[in-house]
Design a binder for this molecule. Structure first.
Ligand code: MEV
Length: 322
């Protein structure tokens, strides 16, 4: 078949528990946000890879001339073209995203995953889930340094993911709580915060391990909470995880203030999500009314956008970008 415009799609994710600790082999739980999509239309142009162009995610022009933050998209196009047997193919890549980049919602993995799927589709080359994961990881290495793989998995999942040691497993529970997601409006760099935690670990492995171990243990306790439907305990663990992450130096004043505002407005718990130091917080609510009260409090505390995730895995009750 002749090359044609290929299509790739992925979704946003939130990490409920275990960010940063997952890089050190601890377990983590992430939730795909299936109504916040990232899409890529990829058209082979007949030119060379050097001439490939991107429109979307805040850049229109040649991929090679794009700022450093687009390097992982360029890498995604490169590794997928090579996998498809067209290493020097010129491509036009058009992306669309329902969610902001650099906010801990998995934009870099989602963009890489969508572009990779789009390239493979354009050349009609099949790939297994594992092969696509490995290609996405190659792109993510440019964005993150040493990614755990959690973002690459969660941004292409349909159901909540439990992840440890590079291995995902589905979680077969129904989370009977609402989750409010609030964007601080500040960009965060996962590479920067992962590097920060690494340097703390190298400087004081014993003290840093105590914190990472506790973050890992929390994820285990939360799996039990979810099975038992104990959302109050899960909320407590959420706020505890935020304070541990803040202790590791990956929170900031605005995220701390948003966590305090959410808990003050009745959240069962709240924490930063993803890399931190900018990005989003998540808050756990017992019911829909409470979720909306928490949302209002988060907007008053400076949130630029909020989304409310309903109890059923993978569905949204409503989204409102403010
Ligand atoms: C970023 O979304 C999650 C981190 O744990 C990094 C990783 O898992 O590679 C901070």
């Amino acid at each position: 078949m002749e090359p044609h415009t290929g299509y790739g799609q992925t979704v946003a994710k939130i990490i409920l528990f275990g960010e940063h600790a997952v890089v050190y082999g601890h377990p983590a739980i992430a939730l795909p946000l299936t109504s916040l999509r990232m899409t890529a239309d990829v058209t082979p142009t007949g030119g060379t890879a050097q001439e490939s162009t991107l429109s979307g995610l805040g850049w229109t022009g040649r991929l090679q001339a794009a700022p450093a933050r687009f390097a992982s998209i360029a890498r995604a196009a490169e590794v997928a073209s090579a996998f498809a047997g067209h290493p020097d193919a010129g491509l036009h890549i058009a992306t669309h995203s329902d969610f902001p980049p650099e906010r801990g919602l998995g934009s870099s993995a989602a963009a890489a995953g969508a572009v990779i799927r789009g390239v493979l589709d354009a050349f009609d080359v099949p790939a297994t889930r594992q092969e696509i994961f490995e290609l996405t990881q190659q792109a993510e290495t440019v964005a993150h340094g040493r990614p755990s793989g959690l973002d690459a998995v969660a941004t292409s999942a349909d159901t909540p993911v439990h992840f440890q040691g590079g291995q995902p497993t589905d979680l077969d529970y129904a989370l009977d709580a609402w989750i409010v997601i609030a964007d601080s409006g500040e960009e965060g760099s996962t590479l920067e915060t992962v590097t920060h935690v690494r340097s703390r670990y190298d400087a004081d492995p014993a003290a840093t391990s105590v914190v990472l171990d506790r973050l890992g243990a929390i994820t285990g306790e939360v799996v039990d909470d979810m099975r038992a439907g104990d959302i109050a305990d899960m909320g407590d663990r959420m706020t505890e995880a935020h304070h541990l992450l803040a202790g590791l130096g990956v929170s900031d004043e605005r995220l701390d203030a948003m966590v305090t505002a959410a808990v003050g407005a009745g959240a069962l718990g709240a924490k930063l999500t993803g890399g931190g130091r900018g990005g989003c917080v998540i808050a756990l609510a017992a019911d829909e009314d409470s979720a909306h009260r928490i949302e209002e409090a988060l907007v008053l505390a400076g949130a630029r956008a909020t989304w409310v995730h309903a109890p059923q895995p993978g569905t949204f009750a409503g989204e409102g970008a403010r």
